[in-house]
Design a protein around this ligand. Structure first.
Ligand code: NOJ
Length: 573
């Protein structure tokens, strides 16, 4: 056994190790390119594990690296048991896994089983004829009664896909439609069919036999659909109906997850990290998914807090109001206090950069990135950092649709412009919300292409990489990176960060986001001035804390600077 294995996180934390863990998400395409083709790869990830180790994170979550036609950058999988050549070979994956384990970290894979690629052999068979044995592995339906198949409006129901256009694609050769909640190259698997479920479970077992430590389950709350596939409400200004509750937290989803647990995880005898991505999930449903007694998943990604600045759709951008965000996060803290567990995140490969969104990416970028970090790490739950969060990376200054790659953004742009909306207005929405904001290459140093590649990067590098990069921050006191490092360490060293309860303070304050965490004799105060103006700490709260130990931050003054954040600790004797 190596020294690193001796101190693996299992030994330190015992069961439910993920409660004290910090996860780091890598979007491999954009992380580090080892072979100069302009696209990040597995070997690039391995070569940068020192960065993760320096940060102190426990788990690496890898976005999909499986074989894929890349219609949705790997979330459209054509072979679950092969690595896409763009990312390297299976041997590269094994080397990465070994290196991650040698360092005492864990590796969590993305699991995308709501849909496959239309190029997956299962789908090829399914579409080959109406009586193929795999026909029922996907959702095939005839045209609506009284319509001409293939004509607009003949789709089996009125649902719109998440990536624009109808959620149905007509297949001429068999004269029926298949369902795709996402792109037309991502047909939805039919989980009603037990053979589908068994095929997925056996693929999952295969990965677990290879030694991976868990799964991040893509849109897992959409695997059960209301089999009647009812038309959805068509909102004003919309062309298609909303699939809504017919696909979110559907009728059999808990049954399927409990079955998955019984069939795949329970027999394994080691504790994994299982996190479900669950758009539209309510607190009540999240409690069901994550109640340990129900044995479904350990935690879910809820979406409410990343929707506080939008209206009916993600492109309907509203002004940000800290008070709405604070109330939302506090509700989730309370909602999962007794049963279940929260995942904590600001960013991932689907969200714009948080410092541009909720912070100030101009003159207060460093301070606001630190404040956001403090608020994230100090809540109760498991924090997920997305590559570049630890540097305070920002949105990209997009000026033209040609700079985008993301299928969701590109489809939306063309659809909106075709409907007559002004291209400049559509661009402004994309600039604020597009997923490509978080997909621009990781900023390692100030050199050309930010040290991401020696070739031509697949997506442009943010011009601010000359000022914002890892080389300029790792080991540099006062940097965003060092702030994150301190917060990760605090979770490992201070039980109140992991186990403490959560109480919101100053719930009506316009600028201050404050809460306490209490565990046994220890109490922590987290206080942040979530604004660009200084703010006075109310004596009624701060008098008891001003002399307490300062774990994070440098100042004790009752006047908080713009974007300043602090963590205090008191121990009852
Ligand atoms: C959620 C993933 O995070 C996103 O990137 C993807 O486009 C959809 N699911 C479809 O797989």
């Amino acid at each position: 056994m190596t020294a690193a294995q001796e101190t693996s996180i299992d030994d330190v934390t015992g069961s439910e190790w993920w409660r004290s863990a910090v996860v780091y998400q890598v979007y491999p395409r954009s992380f580090a390119d080892s072979d100069g083709d302009g696209v990040g790869d597995l070997e690039g990830v391995r070569q940068h594990l020192d960065h993760l180790e320096a940060l102190g994170v426990d788990v690496l979550w890898l976005s999909p690296v499986y074989r894929s036609p890349m219609d949705d950058n790997g979330y459209d999988i054509s072979d679950y048991q092969q690595i896409d050549p763009l990312f390297g070979t299976f041997a590269d994956l094994e080397r990465l896994l070994e290196d991650v384990h040698r360092r005492g970290m864990k590796l969590v894979m993305d699991l995308v089983v709501n849909h496959t690629s239309d190029e997956h052999p299962w789908f090829r068979e399914s579409r080959s004829s109406r009586d193929n044995p795999k026909r029922d592995w996907y959702w095939w339906r005839p045209a609506r009664d009284g319509t001409v198949p293939g004509e607009p409006g003949a789709e089996p129901n009125n649902w719109g896909s998440f990536f624009s256009g109808p959620a149905w694609e007509y297949d001429e050769s068999t004269g029926e439609y298949f369902l795709h909640l996402f792109s037309r190259k991502q047909p939805d698997l039919n989980w009603e069919n037990p053979e589908v479920r068994q095929a997925v479970y056996s693929m999952m077992r295969w990965w677990l036999d290879r030694g991976v430590d868990g799964f991040r389950m893509d849109v897992i709350n959409m695997i059960s659909k209301d089999p009647s596939l009812p038309d959805g409400e068509v909102r004003e200004g919309e062309e298609h109906g909303d699939m809504g509750r017919a696909v979110i937290d559907g009728p059999r989803v808990h049954e399927f997850l409990a079955e998955m647990h019984r069939e795949v995880f329970a027999p394994l005898g080691r504790e994994l990290l299982l996190v479900g991505e669950t758009p539209g999930v309510t607190i009540e449903e999240a409690r069901r998914y994550t109640d340990p007694a129900r044995r479904e998943v350990d935690m879910v990604f809820q979406f409410e807090h990343v929707q506080v600045d939008r209206g009916a759709s993600k492109w309907d951008v509203l002004p940000f109001d800290m008070r709405v965000l604070r109330a939302c996060l506090a509700r989730w803290q309370d909602g999962l206090a007794e049963v279940g567990w929260n995942s904590l995140y600001w960013d991932n490969h689907d969200q714009p950069r948080v410092v541009s969104r909720f912070g100030d990416d101009g003159s207060c970028r460093v301070e606001s990135a630190k404040l956001l970090a403090t608020l994230l790490h100090l809540q109760r739950g498991t924090p997920y950092l997305y590559q570049g969060d630890e540097l305070g990376m920002t949105n990209f200054p997009f000026t033209s649709i040609d700079q985008f790659d993301d299928i969701e953004s590109v489809n939306y742009f063309h659809e909106a412009v075709a409907k007559g909306q002004a291209p400049e207005e559509v661009m402004a929405r994309l600039r604020a919300m597009s997923r490509d904001n978080s997909r621009t290459p990781m900023q390692w140093d100030s050199s050309a292409h930010a040290g991401f590649t020696t070739g031509t990067p697949w997506l442009p590098v943010n011009p601010n990489h000359r000022e914002i990069n890892a080389e300029g921050q790792v080991g540099v006191p006062g940097s965003v990176f060092e702030h994150h490092r301190r917060l990760v360490a605090l979770r490992h060293d201070e039980p109140a960060v992991v186990h403490g309860d959560f109480t919101l303070r100053l719930a009506d304050h316009d600028q201050l986001f404050a809460f306490t965490r209490r565990h046994e004799a220890t109490e922590l105060l987290v206080v942040a001035n979530f604004s660009g103006r200084s703010a006075r700490l109310p004596a009624a709260l701060y008098d008891r804390w001003a002399d307490a130990e300062l774990l994070v931050g440098e100042r004790r003054d009752a006047e908080m600077l713009p974007w300043e954040s602090r963590v205090h600790r008191r121990v009852r004797t």
